[in-house]
Design a protein around this ligand. Structure first.
Ligand SMILES: Nc1nc2c(ncn2[C@@H]2O[C@H](COP(=O)(O)OP(=O)(O)OP(=O)(O)O)[C@@H](O)[C@H]2O)c(=O)[nH]1
Ligand SMILES: [Mg+2]
Length: 218
């Protein structure tokens, strides 16, 4: 995918601030420091657009980035950072839950995990949550440059097993340092958006078929 335009749109603290133009949205979730903002910068070819935090837990809003007037990446606050006050954690939880459950424009979630470690309890909970709500997930194993390529398969296998990955969810090894996985992730994004457009069109077509003829196929 050739990114011809990308821009930061808003740091939203709640639904009233979410964009209203109806473009598809892809949410990026993962624990603090896993590399969400770095991945976004790499995907958009923009070094400093999504701020890279020196302090974990810094991104506490839903940060919207529009790409090619076609989709939004929504950078989520990182979870699992112990030093964040409990009240703030509860606020994030509510905002994230509300977004994942109710946001119609959300097409799927990109969940990042560090390739070097087995997913944490928080990672598993996040993944299970998306499966319960019925949101497809693309797992991205970040920081691929930190281990030898020959060990990727072994590590992604542990990630698959620990998350108990299901429902056609895929895993992609990524590195914001080398650009590894960037083309593959763009390919996966475009494929999923195409599929969701097609199924929306089919649903629209089915709805317009007269009841007498459509009942046969049920
Ligand atoms: N070697 C390497 N370092 C990375 C990679 N991705 C991110 N980092 C580093 O990891 C640190 C955290 O990256 P961020 O992109 O800020 O992580 P984040 O998930 O957005 O963190 P929060 O906003 O706090 O939730 C930074 O120092 C990055 O430079 C990667 O693929 N390879
Ligand atoms: Mg960030």
């Amino acid at each position: 995918m050739k990114v011809t335009s990308s821009e930061f749109v808003i740091s939203a603290v709640g639904p009233k601030q979410y964009p209203e133009d109806g473009l598809h949205e892809i949410a990026l979730v993962g624990r603090s420091n896993v590399g969400k903002s770095s991945l976004l910068n790499k995907m958009m070819n923009r070094k400093g657009l999504a701020r890279i935090s020196s302090r974990p837990g810094k991104t506490q809003t839903l940060n919207y980035f529009r790409v090619n007037q076609m989709l939004y990446f929504v950078d989520f606050p990182g979870y699992g950072y112990a030093k964040v006050a409990k009240t703030i954690k509860e606020q994030w939880g509510k905002m994230i839950e509300g977004y994942l459950k109710n946001r119609e424009q959300l097409r799927f979630v990109i969940q990042l995990v560090d390739i070097r470690h087995a997913p944490s309890k928080d990672d598993v909970a996040m993944y299970d949550w998306c499966k319960q709500i019925g949101i497809p997930t693309v797992i991205v194993a970040t920081k691929g440059d930190k281990i030898a390529r020959g060990r990727w398969l072994q590590h992604t296998k542990i990630i698959r097993q620990t998350l108990n990955m299901r429902g056609g969810d895929t895993i992609i090894v990524f590195s914001s340092e080398t650009g590894q996985g960037k083309d593959e992730l763009w390919g996966e994004i475009m494929r999923r958006l195409r599929e969701s457009n097609e199924s929306a069109q089919e649903a629209g077509a089915a709805a317009s078929v007269p009841a007498a003829t459509s009942s046969e196929s049920e």
